[in-house]
Design a protein around this ligand. Structure first.
Ligand code: UN1
Length: 504
């Protein structure tokens, strides 16, 4: 676990047109280890408008050549990137734990999600990109094909520093777009490692460009830039709605993956041990910092006390610490601002007279004080209208809401502005299928927690969580391609659709 800090704290530039360059303004910002804030992982280009302009210009120049590269050739690059990710999985996972804090087993999972996406997308390089559709006229051939959008901007969060960039970059690149990638300012180093891998895998210069820095200083410029035809964004509702407003004004495509207020429903016939295992993993995995994290537990009254007691007993045993330590169950949260925000929700919950069962404080004992640690927190006696039951906390806090029966539980689960991931535990098949019908979310789980999506299925949410797009699966191509509809008339005469249609 010894880390040569001095060796790591080098200065990193932006990737523009195949070269690594400092920001034009010459400024940098630091990435630090959330488990030990004194550990600086590196200094990174603090980009602004002119850097974004350089990156977009490089992408515009490179895109047509990349789009002309046959798709199986583009897929080869993605396949090679997947192999490099696989070879470097352990190093990348350790780096991710140091930069972002999640425990090492989860960091390995995050890198694996990138590897899975590479393999899946590489396979798509030889799949159909459209269909032949019958014409109503003779001697006329009609078909559709997916074509690249052009240059797209991908803005990614810090909580899945490898997986989410791979969800966006890999389908965007496979489809023949050039990309300007703006990773979260908390996790630039993992993003740089991914850009290096894609470059090493054979991506031509300028096809992928990376600019590091802050949202307001360079992310916003990317969204505004006229040559960027589409933005794919994962992050907060607040920023997502601003981006959508800008894209609306500029007539750009935008796909949003925003927050969640995900719930597990525990019905009276649920396997309680299984439900407690699921709640623990869903709520406290990644220290609750997933869009899909379980932040509400809606529990039917007959099992409320038994479930809550078991849950609290398990939560009290969770060990906080550095994610590189194999003894650690829950790592730090990303930064001091988030730490304060998470704690402010404890105060809000208490003011709303929710009952704090465990946790509820910033952990400062011993070395924990050197990082951003929050004690895993459970609130009981929570009512659906309380802010702690409605607003995304994005930390290790979960609230328990009682429900009289399954109907009420589903109503409560559906009763937020978000619609990412909902789950229900039951042993009754009919109850499970009725829940599948009635839970209002992009992702529904039965007898599994709200986290754990696999890359070959669509990922995304309804209501405030998104704007109708889905990442991953084949739906990823809806984000990153345009449809072209082609009519070829080889009759040698004017044939008018709807008018000259032959009867037989
Ligand atoms: C996110 O929370 O931002 O389903 C992504 C999951 C992960 C992806 C989560 N595979 O929890």
């Amino acid at each position: 676990m010894s880390v040569d800090i001095a060796e790591q704290a080098t200065t990193h530039g932006n990737l523009i047109g195949g070269e690594w360059r400092a920001a034009r303004g010459g400024e940098t910002f630091d990435s630090v280890n959330p488990a030990r804030r004194s550990e600086v992982l590196g200094h990174f280009a603090r980009s602004s408008k002119s850097d974004v302009e350089d990156a977009v210009a490089a992408a515009v120049a490179a895109q047509p050549g990349w789009a002309r590269t046959p798709m199986p050739g583009r897929a080869e690059v993605i396949a090679r990137a997947g192999r490099l990710l696989e070879e470097r999985k352990e190093d990348l996972a350790q780096l991710m734990t140091r930069e972002m804090g999640k425990v090492l087993t989860e960091a390995r999972g995050d890198v694996q999600e990138g590897i899975d996406m590479a393999k899946y997308m590489a396979g798509h390089g030889r799949n159909p990109v459209g269909e032949v559709v019958p014409s109503e006229l003779r001697d006329k051939r009609c078909f559709t094909e997916r074509v690249p959008i052009g240059v797209v901007g991908c803005i990614t969060p810090w909580n899945f520093p490898m997986a989410i960039p791979c969800w966006k970059l890999m389908p965007a690149l496979l489809a023949g777009n050039a990309v300007v990638f703006k990773p979260a300012e908390d996790t630039p180093l993992v993003a740089i490692r991914l850009a290096e891998i894609l470059t090493e895998a054979g991506l031509p210069a300028g096809v992928l460009n990376l600019v590091t820095g802050y949202g307001e200083e360079c992310g916003a410029e990317l969204v505004e830039h006229p040559a960027i035809r589409a933005i794919s964004f994962t992050g907060s509702v607040e920023v997502g709605h601003q981006i959508a407003a800008t894209c609306g004004r500029l007539g750009k495509r935008v796909s949003l993956e925003l927050g969640g207020k995900n719930a597990i429903v525990v019905t009276s016939d649920a396997d309680l041990e299984l439900a407690v295992d699921g709640a623990l993993w869903g709520a406290f995995g990644t220290a609750g910092q997933r869009c899909t994290a379980t932040s509400r537990l809606v529990v039917e009254r007959p099992v409320l006390d038994a479930f809550t007691e078991r849950l609290v007993a398990r939560v009290s045993q969770l060990r906080l610490g550095d994610g590189l330590d194999p003894q650690t169950d829950v790592g730090p949260v990303i930064n001091p601002t988030q730490l304060r925000r998470i704690h402010s929700y404890t105060e809000i919950g208490q003011k709303e007279s929710a009952r704090l069962l465990v946790g509820g404080s910033i952990a400062t004992e011993g070395v924990l004080g050197e990082g951003n640690f929050y004690n895993p927190t459970v609130f009981a006696d929570v009512r659906p209208e309380m802010r702690v039951a409605q607003e995304e906390i994005f930390g290790p806090t979960v609230v328990v809401l009682p429900a009289d029966d399954t109907d009420e539980a589903i109503r409560i689960a559906n009763g937020t502005r978000y619609g990412l991931s909902l789950s229900l535990y039951t042993r009754d098949l009919a109850r499970a299928l009725r829940a599948v019908d009635r839970l209002e979310a992009g992702i529904v789980y039965i007898n599994a927690p709200t986290i754990g999506a696999e890359i070959q299925l669509p990922f995304g949410g309804t209501k405030w969580t998104g704007n109708g797009h889905r990442e991953a699966g084949t739906t990823a191509f809806d984000e990153f391609t345009e449809w072209k509809t082609v009519y070829i008339d080889y009759s040698g005469r004017l044939q008018r659709a709807q008018i000259d249609t032959p009867k037989e």
